[in-house]
Design a protein around this ligand. Sequence first.
Ligand code: ZN
Length: 562
Amino acid sequence: MEVNFVTVQTKIFAARKIITMYPEQPFATAVAVKDGRILAVGDLNDVTYWVKQSPFTPYEVDTAFQKKVLMPGLIDPHTHVDLQGFIYGGHFVAQIPWPRPEGGFYPVYPSKADVLKRLKELDRELPPGQVLYGVAYDENKAGGFLHIDELDAVSTTRPIIVSNVVFHRFWVNSFLLQKAGIGGENIPPSIEKDPDGKLNGTLIETKGLFSVISAIIGLFNDPEKKTSSILPLFVAGGNTTVCDAILGMVSMRGSIKSYHSLLAKPENKLRVVGLPWWRAGIAEAGSLEKFIEMYKEDKAGSTDKFRIGAVKLYIDGSIISRTTPLGWPGYWDSTPEGHMQENPEEIKSFIIRLHEAGISTITHTNTAAAFQFVLDAVKEAQNRCYRPDMRHRADHCYTITEAQLRLAKELGVAVSFFSTQIYYYGDAHLKIQGPNRAHQITPTATAKRLGVSWTFHNDPPGTPQLPWVGAWTAVHRRTMESGTVLGPEQRVTVEDALRAMTIEAAYQLHLNQEIGSIEFGKKADFCVLETDPLEIDPIELKDIPVWGTVFGGEINPVKGGK
Ligand SMILES: [Zn+2]
């Protein structure tokens, strides 16, 4: 058989240091790249010598990174790409600084009064009738939920919607509810009422959002344009591969098509692994069995830059939005107990069936109760149909226990922690959950000690796409306002954090044979840093300067970068 290799001239990148994340050759100073792949790694003289002896000449030595540090391109195991594009299409009314795609940060609105003032300003600026969409409102930091009366005071002639920071709660004005036909007999259960029976303007979870979708449909225009506008955020952190944890919330096939077209453009230097959203996929295909067929077909159409990953499922809600059931003895701040957002038994049966069909799953589980359903499902699935190396995963995993992690290890279930919540919302977790549960959240060191595959993520809009804040949080576990170290024994080392962001995330996405370390034969995807994360004071980790990335051998500096 004749094999045709693409031939691109060999390039040797010389660096101050290369952190390979390959334990058998942990450090180097040069990496040779050909056809977008790693041809050789080692010290500069050695690599140059061997390239000269090879048929892979001519070559050039690129010294642009001589004073910089290279590591494998960062992999975010759970983020949102098109949802982030959607959020960035709105107006930030946030209490924490959100990065702008063009560099810098959006202003912060510390209190609810500041937010309402900002909404009034926007109401004056926007064309009449256009939806006013405020994003990333944090009720815990701003001092309480918004209310329909407050939003009616902003406008009674345009629809207003504000989403909370984790996208689990939304607030709207009366005009929007009327436009969506909500009121009288038609009040879906995901729309909240005050104790006096009047609508209070709160929509719970995406079910609530979808019940008013007819009134805000304009917000969904130009998805591809919105998504491409936020791609610089990934380069700014050093990400070369990201996992979009909800693929096709509106239409799976539509989403797949638009990803293929977006990423086929050479200027978009990013690999995306999309996790089909089970509910939309099953609805679109017509049944679970048809969805399985559709999934397999779409997976077969994966390319180098866009792939179909595990099927994404969902069980509970959000702790800081107070929508999830926390279990005994309930919320520490007397919030009424939440509800499972999906029927856990049904999700369990889906996991079992998907496993039998050879399909991995990733399930949203914030609480121990929801995590237990995943463990029980995988246990039963493996008893019925043994399949090694499925790498089923549970995501977020705040209140999971050591006992559960032991079982996860036994079953080969991986976890991805939402570590950055400790920094941004740790003080709220203390109030909502009480001391012991709050200190034990995100038991990273327990997972490490037990040898469970673990990673961490930012999950924007939950927290901003700032992977180094994630690493810093895993290492320090300090909360933003009070500086409390939540669960000091659960801290991990900088090296552990780097591993989680590279080779371990690659493993969890079934891609560790291709990416995640700087190793012969793998893709030439690098994160380029100005300083060495293993040498700086670890307290500076969250602000480590990122120069940009190398993607398949092509350099890709941060927009507006140095
Ligand atoms: Zn998510």
